[in-house]
Design a binder for this molecule. Sequence first.
Ligand SMILES: Nc1ncnc2c1ncn2[C@@H]1O[C@H](COP(=O)(O)OP(=O)(O)O)[C@@H](O)[C@H]1O
Ligand SMILES: [Mg+2]
Length: 265
Amino acid sequence: MDKEIAIKVDNVVKRFGNRTILNGISLEVYKGETFVIMGGSGCGKSTLLRHMIGAIRPDLGKISLLGRDITCLNEDDMDKIKKRIGMSFQGSALFDSMTVGENVALPLREHTKLEESVINIVVKMKLELVGLRGFEDLMPSQLSGGMKKRVGLARAIVMDPEIVFYDEPTAGLDPIVAGVIDKLILDLSQKLSITSVVVTHDMGSVFRIADRIAMLYEGRVVELGTKEEIKNSKNGMIRQFITGDPDGPIKFFQQKDDYLEQLTK
Ligand SMILES: Nc1ncnc2c1ncn2[C@@H]1O[C@H](COP(=O)(O)OP(=O)(O)O)[C@@H](O)[C@H]1O
Ligand SMILES: [Mg+2]
């Protein structure tokens, strides 16, 4: 049986100024799977994710999300699709002046006409799902980093999305808290049958959560396969990424050049 496709990225090219950040990316994410995009800092992971959620348009190529080509949708149709996806941002991106409950409720207040009493119930339920029962009235400043991430997850699933996108969900967390977040991502996708797309360079995380993995390097997909295929890959770049070996096909001076070039712009 053919797998149902949730997201199709077809030959996407994106340039910022004269730098080509995405250089012909093609991949498909199947419904219900946890798809991981990995690669070094600055290789274009977040940029690819932002294309997938329709926040930026490609210079070339197409992206279809839940069966619609989002590269040529008008704003109304795009808004409809956006209601069916959730996004957990790099950093937790909570509003410091709002309570935990208000942060989680935000998408409901923006996109629905639900009554306040219903919103409160939904918020309670979602906080419970991420293990933060009764935390509505706290302020983000009273929470640890891991708790803030969990509030971000509760907000990402508050509209019952079909797909959730996570940008570096475990960045900056200690290994145990990172493990808790990974487990939560898995639980949410299994309990709620959500398709998950996770951007990360945390190798521990990758092998805990992924069904399939795409490795990006210099704007291209260098390898795409199941967790087992990537684990056993003979590709030098993959091996180097897994072992963290400073010597190998991935040259770090290239990234430094990029960095310096950027500074002079
Ligand atoms: N809006 C933008 N304008 C110019 N350059 C950008 C923009 N967004 C990202 N970049 C550049 O594109 C490259 C890839 O960025 P990003 O996708 O954030 O990488 P990653 O998430 O893999 O660390 C970086 O060099 C970054 O500076
Ligand atoms: Mg990023």
